[in-house]
Ligand binder design. Structure first.
Ligand code: CUA
Length: 340
């Protein structure tokens, strides 16, 4: 019975996952090893479920009480042949799955030629992304190319987190002092949801991220533009006031590329104006949310390490927002990407 329930459970989860566009059966070449393994597990689950449930239903029907039956039916004890069969078949299934799993594990540990290296570091409660080949950094939203594998090296700066973009691939734990790798590929442009999948503190549920997959030419254009980028000179009086406030209030923790703000303990805000979300992929990047965030981030996100800035006048908060929204690259609008 427990095995039957777990088979039903697996089928339900698999069905729900497919209905929600979760990639358990991905067509991306780098994911095909895991997909193949899942198909085997699924086939065995269906067979075992069919056999066990079918036998159960047949037995109940065949040996039901019939009119005139009174007293106990014949009592049977032991059947060597059947016991050997129902030990050997599951053993065989487990052995086949063991060999397939071991092969898959060896294959997915291998680096994929021509992949984009990315470093992801989990912090309470946000993700830091670095492009080591380009010397670039983003937070909360990772930009990748479509049609080229990426290799994400995953670690943590504090407690154990887990990096999980379910529409693209499986998950890998982010463990302090250890590097784990996920290799995957996006096959179509989009804004893919990601989650922290390991209970890591008060805002574990508010520790999300996005993967923005761009067509190759857009991705290359983005990388080149970001490499050449320095925050634009403030174009208005409020933006100038905002930059001045940023450099005194925020620069100890946050970086804005090309300015005096070089703090690294908080998320990199160089391209804040391009972000589709704030607070690590949780809230839409709207002026209302940003204002609440600056004034008291911990009220939105328990455990947020950013101190409240309730002492700032409304006009000052708005000046800061004007400055933050000016931090972007011309010709990009990630809000247009389809969401998965
Ligand atoms: Cu980080 Cu849960």
């Amino acid at each position: 019975m427990p095995r039957m329930l777990s088979s039903v459970g697996f089928l339900l989860v698999a069905g729900a996952a497919m209905a929600h566009n979760v990639t358990i059966l991905s067509d991306a070449p780098v994911n095909q090893e895991i997909t193949g393994l899942l198909v085997w597990v699924l086939v065995f689950s269906v067979l075992v479920f069919g056999l066990v449930a079918g036998t159960l239903v047949y037995t109940i029907w065949k040996f039901r009480a019939k009119p005139g039956d009174d007293g106990l039916p014949p009592q049977v004890h032991g059947n060597d042949r059947m016991e050997i069969i129902w030990t050997a078949i599951p053993l065989l299934i487990v052995m086949v799955l063991f060999v397939l799993t071991a092969q898959t594990l060896v294959k997915i540990k291998r680096p994929v030629a021509g992949s984009v290296p990315i470093e992801a570091t989990g912090w309470q409660f946000w993700w830091d992304f670095q492009y080591p080949d380009e010397g670039l950094r983003t937070a909360g939203e990772l930009v990748i190319p479509v049609g080229q594998p990426v290799e994400v090296k995953i670690t943590s700066g504090d407690v154990i987190h887990s990096f999980w973009p379910p529409s693209l691939t499986g998950k890998a734990d982010a463990v302090p002092g250890e590097d784990n790798y996920l290799r995957f590929m996006a096959t179509k442009p989009g804004n893919y949801y990601g989650y922290c999948a390991e209970l890591c503190g008060a805002s574990h549920a508010n520790m999300r991220f996005r993967i923005l997959a761009l067509e190759r030419e857009d991705y290359n254009r983005f990388i080149e533009a970001y490499k050449a980028y320095a925050a634009p000179a403030p174009a208005s009086e409020p933006a100038a006031r905002g930059q001045q406030l940023f450099n005194t209030q925020c620069a100890a923790c946050h970086t804005v590329k090309g300015t005096a703000a070089r703090g690294v303990v908080g998320p990199d805000l160089s391209l804040f104006g391009l972000r589709t979300t704030l607070g690590s992929g949780v809230w839409a990047n709207t002026p209302e949310n940003l204002k609440r965030w600056i004034q008291d981030s911990a009220a939105m996100k328990p455990g947020s390490k950013m101190p409240p800035f309730k002492h700032l006048a409304d006009a000052d908060v708005e000046a800061l927002m004007t400055y933050l929204y000016s931090l972007k690259l011309d010709g990009f609008d990630f809000a247009q990407l389809p969401r998965y």
